[in-house]
Design a protein around this ligand. Structure first.
Ligand code: ATP
Ligand code: MG
Length: 376
């Protein structure tokens, strides 16, 4: 190989590898690979196919075919004929005339006529990831053994590029899933609670409108305030902030206000007690866990427990902070309940992420105790 050719090889291969490090999508990487291969080996047509498991190609990119031609050819190929054979056999194929080979079947009417053909599998260990093939070499004489060697080298690098691109896409998918889970949890714990209270307050306003217009007006003020808070919570979820209330009023006041609000909205009697003095500085994670668990446990108690009273108790014990939500309702079977909603799982996760523990127990005379312990 002369020096120029060697430079061309290096350049083509490195551009494929660089395509990966630039974090392009798998398809863009494949395009770079095919383009480099076509240039490097002076082929009029080049294509690369990654099979799916339904007999077609998950990806099929080609060089040398215009958009109009694609349009006329129709859908991308199935795994039939030579492409299918190569995927099964996993061995290189070099032919002076593709159409004379027994493995050749047919192509659509508008398909360009391919004559000299060079195809190489892209393999990762035993697995055939795809095939890359060239057709119709511009220089007369067809593809040579040296060309085959070059394309094989190139396919080896393509395999790395493809595997990396796949890993990269998968890790990005995982990040998206994690983010979605976080959003779902935050929305569930924070925003739905506010909206729930908002709906009840609006109902109360509607009921009072005809008989007690001035009280209805007060309820409507409350509606406005709750809507503002729901909006703020939503914003906090989106930009991953702490709820503004925590910074404005501190944990204890925020809890107290929340309990007072629910007490007004529901027939059940709700109380809040703080047993002792809170340390001056609480870890942010602990504060957030206490607030969110209290919100969800309260929400569950008012919706599901059918109790007469609900107590919220916050007890600093030196090293820990204990939160208890105690109702005297009908109680429930934890095993059955786990799969019903998001709430229980979310509370448990909150406790874990703050380095604490979470438990749900029966309240001896009847009802439920939800207990969160976090490091203070
Ligand atoms: N204090 C309680 N008293 C009686 N039953 C409860 C209590 N807390 C939870 N449950 C039961 O446990 C189930 C699961 O609670 P969880 O919070 O996980 O889901 P959810 O409240 O039904 O729905 P979500 O919280 O997703 O809106 C509830 O459907 C309810 O049957
Ligand atoms: Mg719930």
């Amino acid at each position: 190989m002369d020096e120029d050719a060697r430079d061309a090889v290096l350049h083509a291969v490195s551009s494929a590898v660089l395509a990966v490090t630039r974090h392009l999508s798998a398809r863009e990487v494949l395009q770079v690979i095919v383009r480099s291969a076509a240039r490097l080996l002076d082929a009029r047509y080049a294509a690369l196919g990654v099979p799916d498991d339904q007999g077609a190609f998950a990806e099929f990119v080609a060089e040398g075919i215009s958009d109009e031609q694609w349009e006329a050819i129709g859908p991308t190929p199935r795994q039939h004929g030579m492409l299918g054979a190569m995927l099964r056999e996993g061995a290189p194929v070099r032919l002076p005339d593709l159409r004379r080979d027994p493995r050749f079947e047919w192509w659509p009417k508008a398909h360009p006529v391919l004559k000299d053909f060079l195809g190489v599998p892209i393999v990762d260990g035993e697995q055939v990831l795809g095939i890359i093939f060239l057709a119709n070499k511009r220089t007369p004489g067809g593809f040579t053994a040296a060309d085959e060697e070059l394309l094989t080298l190139f396919a080896a690098h393509a395999a790395i590029a493809l595997t990396n691109a796949r890993l990269y896409e998968r890790s990005r998918e995982l990040t998206v899933i994690e983010e979605r889970t976080r959003m779902a949890r935050e929305l569930h714990d924070a925003v739905t609670q506010k909206l729930f209270s908002l709906r009840l307050t609006a109902q109360a306003a509607a009921a009072l409108l005809a008989t007690h217009p001035e009280r209805a007006a007060r309820e409507l003020d409350q509606v406005q305030r709750l809507a503002g808070e729901a909006l703020a919570e939503l914003r906090a979820v989106i930009v991953e902030l702490r709820p503004a209330e925590l910074d404005r009023h501190g944990l204890v006041e925020t809890l107290r206000k929340h309990v007072a609000l629910l007490d007004r909205l529901h027939p059940v009697e709700l109380t809040f007690t703080l047993d002792g003095a809170l340390p001056r500085e609480l870890p942010e994670a602990a504060e957030l866990a206490v607030l969110r668990v209290a919100q969800e446990a309260l929400h569950n108690a008012v919706r599901h427990a059918e109790s007469c009273t609900i107590q919220v108790r916050l007890t600093p014990t030196g090293r820990h902070l204990v939160l208890e939500i105690i109702d005297d309702g009908k109680g429930f079977d934890l095993v059955d309940a786990e799969s019903r909603g998001l709430g229980l799982a979310s509370m448990r996760e909150r406790a874990l992420s703050a380095g604490g523990s979470f438990e749900v127990a029966g309240n001896p005379p009847g009802g439920t105790v939800v207990r969160l312990v976090v490091p203070a």
